[in-house]
Design a protein around this ligand. Structure first.
Ligand SMILES: [Zn+2]
Length: 224
C-alpha cells in the first residue's frame, strides 16, 4: 500500500478502482485542477521548504478526486509529498455467513490499518476474536479469552497451530494495547493480527455446517 510522488503525480490506490494502484494527476488539459498555497518556511523530513501546496488531483482512470499536501519550493513537481487523501482500504474477502457485528468490527480494523492506526486495529481484531468465540458458545464467564481460544482448539474448530497464533498474535497484542503501558505497534504486528483473525473467521464460517455440527456435539450451541 505504498504511495509515491512522481513528476507531480501521486501513485496510490484508488477506492473507486477496487483499490488498484492508479495515477492521481494534478494537471489536466494543461491546467492544475486547483491549489491552496501556504507560504511558510518550514521543515519536512529534515529539509527546509518555503511553502506547502494543497493540491487537488484526480484518478486518471476513473476521475475520483484526491488531495495532496506537497512541501515545495517554486515548482510542485520537485516537492515532497506529505499527506494524501483518499486512504484506500485493502479489504480481505470474508466468509458470507459471518454475523454482521463481527464483520463490521473486522472492517473497521482494516480501516484503522489503512490509516496507520495500528494500535486501534490490534484492539479491534482482539474484540472481533472474542465476539466470534462468544457467539459460537465459548461464552463461559469463568473462562478468559485465553481459555476460550484453547477450547476452540481442543474441540477441533481451529487447529492447534492456529490456536497458538490466536493467543500470541491477537490476544496478547490486543491486551498490550488495552491494558499495558503505551508502546508502538508495528505495521507487521497489526497485519499479522488481522491475518490470523481472518483465518479464525474462516475456520468458524467457511464450512459452517460442519462447524455447527461440532458445536452442537460439544453442547456449545443448542439443536435448532
Ligand atoms: Zn480510480
Amino acid at each position: 500500500m505504498s504511495i509515491t510522488y512522481q513528476n507531480g503525480n501521486v501513485i496510490a490506490q484508488c477506492p473507486s478502482c477496487n483499490g488498484s494502484l492508479t495515477t492521481f494527476e494534478r494537471v489536466v488539459h494543461g491546467k492544475p485542477l486547483g491549489d491552496v498555497v501556504v507560504d511558510k518556511m518550514h521543515q519536512f523530513e529534515g529539509i527546509s521548504y518555503p511553502r506547502i501546496i494543497w493540491t487537488l488531483m484526480r484518478c486518471a482512470s476513473c476521475g475520483y478526486g484526491g488531495m495532496a499536501e506537497i512541501h515545495a519550493s517554486n515548482d510542485p513537481k520537485t516537492g515532497k509529498l506529505g499527506a494524501f487523501y483518499p486512504h484506500a482500504t485493502k479489504t480481505n474477502k470474508l466468509p458470507t455467513s459471518i454475523p454482521d457485528d463481527i464483520k463490521k468490527e473486522y472492517r473497521e480494523a482494516e480501516k484503522c490499518y489503512s490509516f496507520k492506526a495500528y494500535r486501534a486495529a490490534s484492539a479491534l481484531v482482539r474484540s472481533a476474536l472474542e465476539k466470534t468465540l462468544k457467539v459460537n458458545g465459548y461464552n463461559s464467564k469463568s473462562n478468559g479469552l485465553e481459555r476460550k481460544i484453547e477450547l476452540a482448539g481442543e474441540e477441533g474448530i481451529i487447529s492447534a497451530a492456529l490456536s497458538k497464533k490466536a493467543h500470541d498474535k491477537i490476544k496478547i497484542l490486543g491486551d498490550d494495547v488495552l491494558h499495558e503501558d503505551w508502546r508502538e505497534v508495528t505495521p507487521e504486528e497489526a497485519e499479522e493480527s488481522l491475518n490470523y483473525t481472518l483465518r479464525i473467521l474462516e475456520a468458524f464460517y467457511d464450512d459452517r455446517d460442519t462447524v455447527l455440527s461440532i458445536l452442537k456435539s460439544k453442547k456449545r450451541i443448542k439443536d435448532a
